[in-house]
Design a protein around this ligand. Structure first.
Ligand code: NAP
Length: 495
């Protein structure tokens, strides 16, 4: 295998599982593939149930000691890990870009975003405050304290291999949980590099364990994690179908579950919108990671009176997008695999066969078999697959509407409820429509909504719980109520 990664620090390339502070080899291996070229990047440990159970035992042995450390000590380690990510930004971006396919500028952006969760939660580690409640009982103090849930499992997707990991380990480590993480088959190298950095900055053995596996092993690892009585929580980011399966598996042991699942974001352009801002926002909300984001604009709803103008400007903006591999100055990289290419091709064909018009793109380009052209469809209707399904590719499906209530009805006509976007200059409309949208996140006149400071998560079948922000540690703690009786005031002998 050629050394395709070409890192400044080659020791960041780790290919074994990380368990109890040790790199743990397995006989079975699986290949990590560069989606731009189809070449093998590395052969990685393909873990089984026994290896997963070793990681659970290590996390269990470490948990009480980790939770007993002063919050400031956990904070200091988290900050050191975040700083180590910033210090190794170029190498981490290269690993992300090669295994995931996103362009270099986006990969650097992901490293900074991901490291930002660690530095944010380094601060929050010192603020997991509880409450002292005015007591309803005589001579009794009533307190509510927040305690780490304990050993937790993390399962992450390939589309943000660094950020989806740090958005979970940040709050987990801040409050005193220990972790068994399973990254996606396509992108395990980023998680292993973060584990390597955690080792270097001095995280204790057993606090952070990474169990890698092929797609065939994922159900085996998932079963070991979800059936374990030691594992008290699962935090999953991925597809809605797998999220439902894992939540069902977790029911048997009544685990706490955080689910960050698929979206189907509407983006509504009203007749009073600043069209330049709307076009820029649409490009930002659609084409990051070649449209493979959970908050990607999926259904573009445009007021009929400005539809032609908006579409013309959108076409001009799409024509400027460059397609290419990681180390070029491209904005659009490859789709993650050929299954994704086929799925997006079917969505476009379904729309066209039901009456939509293809005005840009529509298929893969000469850049390679997984490089799908930025695509614009007009005349999309709610029964088409591009409305009912999460597109997860660089395809914009435009639908015209006449009234605000019609736009809201179309926008809410889905089981998903993660992100929505609206473009209008009218503040009253912005407020009222935001409140009527059944979504966890609403972007008003912007297509960029993600940051460590904000609460990220969905309603309906897009998930349970929130990640990031000062709410972000709540999903990793249990509230314990303590009633301390017998607090009689001392008798004063002089009275
Ligand atoms: P996925 O197929 O559900 O996979 C996600 C993770 O689950 C991967 O690590 C996968 O492992 C693992 N997995 C699959 N089957 C499993 C099983 N039976 N037991 C245990 N683990 C299992 O999702 P994806 O295709 O990687 O990611 C895309 C989806 O994630 C989209 O729907 C997107 O919207 C969603 N997403 C949501 C958010 C959010 O914050 N709401 C953020 C990012 C992505 P393998 O890769 O080894 O199969």
């Amino acid at each position: 295998m050629r050394n395709l990664l070409n890192l400044n620090d080659p020791t960041l390339l780790r290919t074994d599982a990380y368990i109890d502070g040790r790199w743990t080899a397995t006989d079975a291996r699986f290949a990590v593939i560069d989606p731009a070229t189809g070449e093998d990047l590395a052969d990685v440990a393909d873990c089984d149930a026994a290896t997963t159970n070793l990681a659970i035992s290590a996390a269990h042995a470490a948990q009480r000691g980790w939770a007993a450390r002063l919050p400031l000590e956990r904070s200091t380690l988290l900050r050191a890990l975040g700083d180590a990510m910033f210090d190794n930004e170029a190498d981490l971006a290269r690993i992300i870009g090669l295994e995931n396919g996103k362009p270099f500028a986006e990969a650097v952006g992901e490293v900074r975003y991901a490291a930002g969760f660690l530095t944010w939660f380094a601060e929050e580690a010192r603020r997991t405050n509880g409450s002292i409640i005015p007591s309803p009982f005589a001579d009794t103090a009533v307190l509510a304290v927040r305690e780490a849930i304990g050993v937790a499992a993390i399962i992450t997707p390939w589309n943000f291999p660094a950020a989806m990991m740090t958005r979970k380990i940040g709050p987990a480590f801040a409050v005193g949980c220990t972790i068994i993480a399973k990254p996606a088959e396509q992108t395990p190298l980023t998680a292993l590099a973060i584990a390597e950095l955690s080792d270097r900055v001095g995280f204790p053995a057993g606090v952070f364990n990474v169990v890698t596996g092929s797609a065939e092993s994922a159900p085996v690892i998932g079963e070991a994690l979800t059936s374990s009585r030691t594992v008290r929580k699962l935090s999953f980011t991925g597809s809605t179908v797998i999220g439902k399966l894992l939540a069902t598996q977790c029911a048997a042991t009544v685990k706490r579950v955080t689910l960050e699942l698929g979206g189907n974001a509407p983006l509504i352009v009203f007749d009073d919108a600043d069209l330049d801002a709307a076009v820029a926002g649409t490009i930002a909300a659609k084409f990051r990671n070649a449209g493979q984001t959970c908050v990607a604009a999926n259904r573009i709803l445009v007021h009929h009176s400005i539809a032609d103008d908006y579409t013309e400007r959108l076409c001009a903006a799409v024509d400027q997008l460059k397609i290419g591999a990681f180390d070029s100055d491209a904005q659009i990289g490859p789709l993650i695999d050929d299954v994704s290419v086929t799925r997006v091709q079917h969505l476009v064909a379904d729309a066209v066969s039901h009456g939509a018009t293809l005005v840009r793109g529509g298929d893969v380009t000469e850049a390679g078999s997984q490089f799908f052209a930025p695509t614009i469809l007009t005349g999309a209707i709610p029964t088409m697959s591009c409305h009912t399904d999460e597109i997860f590719g660089p395809v914009l499906a435009l639908t015209e509407f006449s009234t605000t209530s019609e736009a809201i009805a179309i926008a809410n006509n889905t089981d998903a409820g993660l992100a929505a976007y609206i473009f209008t200059r009218d503040h009253a409309r912005a407020w009222n429509v935001s409140r009527q949208l059944e979504y966890g996140i609403v972007g008003v006149n912007t297509g960029a909504i993600s940051a460590p400071e904000v609460p990220f998560g969905g309603v309906k079948q897009s998930g349970i719980g929130r990640e990031g922000s000062h709410f972000g540690t709540y999903d990793w703690t249990e509230l314990k109520y303590i009633a301390m009786a017998g607090l009689h005031p001392e008798q004063d002998p002089t009275q």
